[in-house]
Write a protein that binds this ligand. Structure first.
Ligand code: ADP
Ligand code: ZN
Length: 384
């Protein structure tokens, strides 16, 4: 299956396949790269390489490309400027020219790093994204965001650099830990909440098969997510901070508090998807309290997340904010989309209809406080 991200001269295909990424990647590279492209640097990580690197190398070699591979340590700690230098060094060592390309084979971390390195190597060369996590397939590999972390926070340094093509091989998900699969499903349902209630219905109807990663069930879901993401990105390629309709910022649904949970719990305690899941429940609650959404939205969001085994209770014991809201608000305040007074917050008017609205932290705290207090009381009442 093939979709298109409509970005004028930077338009590119997203190819979904149930096969492993070998032959299909070779053919796609030949199709989308310069006719003079000869050398490719494959960037991957130590979890992905043992499973998929050889196949990718063979597929590219069969099309006449000379490849070199750089295998990085897995995980978020690799997302640093030091790693970017290592990728650039490898690119020079492999003599990549401006007609050549980098190939990102891995999850979001590898995609962000490789995209960033490609965007600055000799002022920018082509990159092919080969996402191997569900999260990267339904979200991060499409749209051209690249970057690394800074001591001040995640993804604070980077570029917009659209790939020349995305190849999502659903077969690579078979080796993905179950928790990482659910993490991707959180971003998938996010797309449904934002833009397509029908996607939610379809996912719930097929939940077992989707959780089992059956290609027949999963392919249409990944495709729907890519279509939604592609449409949002096509309308606002570089996330214009002044976009009137919210533009790309709507993709941030659940992320203001999601990022706050990640910051408070320490990166890695929850997956990004888990943090966003709980963040979406908070956002749904705010949508009801200050956004005018009908009662029931929060319950609906909660129910869907539960169906896919995702955390969905912001007030469960141990969740930051459950006992005292202040530290959670403080952590959210650090979000790069906000400032000291407030934040452009993504609310839902109803399922499928997002609205970006500036809310002050005071308003947010006020809207959430009665909820947490009521919950605390109920627990105390129920205690023996
Ligand atoms: P993201 O969830 O943003 O895509 P990562 O790139 O950190 O994030 O990937 C999550 C984890 O899954 C990493 O430890 C990575 O090495 C591992 N991983 C990625 N793809 C696969 C795969 N297909 N099979 C097994 N492990 C994988
Ligand atoms: Zn996200």
């Amino acid at each position: 299956m093939r979709l298109l991200v409509s970005l004028g001269p930077r338009a590119y295909p997203i190819v979904l396949t149930a096969a492993l990424p070998g032959a299909a990647l070779g053919a796609l590279a030949r199709e989308v790269l310069s006719p003079r492209a000869a050398r490719l640097l494959i960037v991957t990580d130590a979890n992905v390489a043992p499973h998929y690197l050889a196949g990718v190398e063979a597929g590219l070699a069969a099309e006449g490309f000379a490849t070199a591979a750089l295998v990085l340590p897995p995980g978020e700690t690799s997302k640093s400027m030091g790693t970017i230098e290592a990728i650039l060094d490898a690119a020079f060592a492999h003599k990549l020219a401006r007609v050549d390309a980098m190939v990102a084979l891995g999850g979001g971390v590898i995609g962000d790093l490789t995209g960033f390195a490609a965007s600055i190597y000799q002022r920018g060369i082509a990159v092919l994204q080969v996402p191997t996590t569900l999260l990267a397939q339904v979200d991060s590999s499409v749209g051209g965001k690249t970057g690394v972390n800074h001591a001040r926070g995640k993804n604070l340094i980077g570029t917009f650099w659209q790939p020349r093509a995305v190849l999502a091989s659903l077969a690579t998900l078979r080796t993905l830990p179950a928790r990482e699969v659910r993490c991707g499903l959180a971003e998938a349902v996010k797309h449904g909440f934002l833009a397509d209630p029908g996607l939610i219905t379809a996912m719930e109807a097929d939940a077992e098969a989707i959780l089992a990663l059956e290609p027949a069930a999963l392919t249409p879901i990944v495709a729907a997510c890519c279509r939604i993401k592609a449409a949002v990105v096509a309308g606002d390629e570089r996330e214009d901070p002044d976009a009137v309709d919210g533009g790309r910022a709507i993709l941030n649904f659940g992320h203001t508090f999601g990022h706050a949970y990640e910051r408070l719990l320490g990166y890695g305690a929850w997956t990004h998807g888990e943090a966003v899941a709980v963040g979406m429940v908070v956002a749904a609650r705010l949508s009801e309290r200050v956004g005018g959404a009908s009662p029931g939205l929060e319950a609906e969001v909660t129910r869907v997340l539960a169906r896919f085994g995702l955390p969905h209770d912001p007030w469960a014991a141990g969740v930051p904010g459950a006992d005292a809201l202040e530290p959670l608000i403080e952590a959210a305040r650090g979000d790069k989309k906000g400032d000291q007074d407030g934040v452009r917050f993504v609310l839902l008017e109803r399922l499928g209809v997002p609205r970006v609205e500036r809310l002050t932290w005071a308003e947010i705290a006020l809207a959430l406080a009665p909820w947490s207090a009521a919950r605390g009381l109920a627990t105390r009442d129920g205690a023996p």
